[in-house]
Design a protein around this ligand. Structure first.
Ligand code: ADP
Ligand code: MG
Length: 232
């Protein structure tokens, strides 16, 4: 079934979906993402923040900026309306100055999520095997140690269980040294949902849920990025 979000990006000649678009697509597939809304003015950012309740996070929304924090486009833990207003202006100023060509949709507003164990789920396409899912721990563990596991889509229940358990950092998910033990079966279900989503959307070339905060009672993606196949 054609997805309006994908069609809109296509009609604009884009393959990169913004965080807002990516999250909407994932949410409609039953994948738990943090509620995120687009603000196109300072006032709107403040009013959405009030509706969500503080603290909130603001992020640049631009199809030309995929690494938002590197670009100076993410502000965490904003506790008041005036902090939100300032962050809104600062984000736009930084992006306009450093990326004058970037198309800017606005700024996303979301609640600051309570911290959990950071994990990531990604999908990329292998020339031989097609879509492959990746699971790993977030942050430096994945960047430095490359402690990740892979399975070919579609995943079986057993694949999902194995993917979680075969990373070296698995003890961190079980609650290492007083850390929160995360809901493993929730993460297994999440992997299966992502696999299903990928299978149903062959137009997606690349997917990144990075990070997902995993808790003892579930997990939620706070960032998402979808990249579409080039049209041939
Ligand atoms: P990018 O990956 O494009 O730099 P992210 O949206 O992942 O931007 O934000 C950067 C970091 O900020 C994340 O890795 C995460 O640690 C933190 N973060 C992002 N959104 C939230 C949120 N809603 N609540 C708490 N922390 C967040
Ligand atoms: Mg991210």
């Amino acid at each position: 079934m054609p997805q309006p979000i994908i069609e809109k990006a296509r009609s604009e000649g884009r393959t990169v979906l913004t965080e807002i678009e990516s999250k909407e697509l994932l949410k409609s597939a039953g994948i738990n993402v943090i509620d995120t809304r687009l603000a196109t003015s300072r006032e709107e950012a403040i009013s959405i923040s009030r509706q969500f309740g503080f603290p909130v996070v603001l992020k640049i929304v631009s199809p030309d900026i995929v690494h938002k924090s590197d670009a100076g486009g993410v502000r965490l833990g904003l506790k008041t309306a005036s902090q939100v207003g300032k962050a809104y202006d600062q984000i736009l100023q930084a992006i306009r100055q450093n990326y004058p060509e970037a198309r800017i949709h606005g700024v996303s507003v979301q609640k600051m999520a309570r911290s959990g164990v950071e994990v990531i789920i990604g999908m990329s396409k292998d020339a031989q095997f097609g879509p492959v899912l990746m699971f790993g721990l977030g942050g430096i563990l994945v960047e430095v140690l490359k402690d990740v596991s892979f399975r070919i889509v579609p995943l079986s229940r057993r694949d999902a269980a194995e993917m979680l358990r075969e990373i070296k950092g698995y003890p961190l998910l079980e609650g290492y040294r007083g850390g929160e033990a995360v809901d493993i079966s929730y993460l297994e279900e999440l992997l299966l949902k992502v696999s299903n989503f990928v299978e149903k959307n062959p137009e997606i070339m690349e997917l990144d849920l990075n990070p997902i905060f995993a808790y003892s009672d579930g997990a939620i993606a706070v960032d998402a990025r979808v990249i579409l196949e080039e049209v041939k």
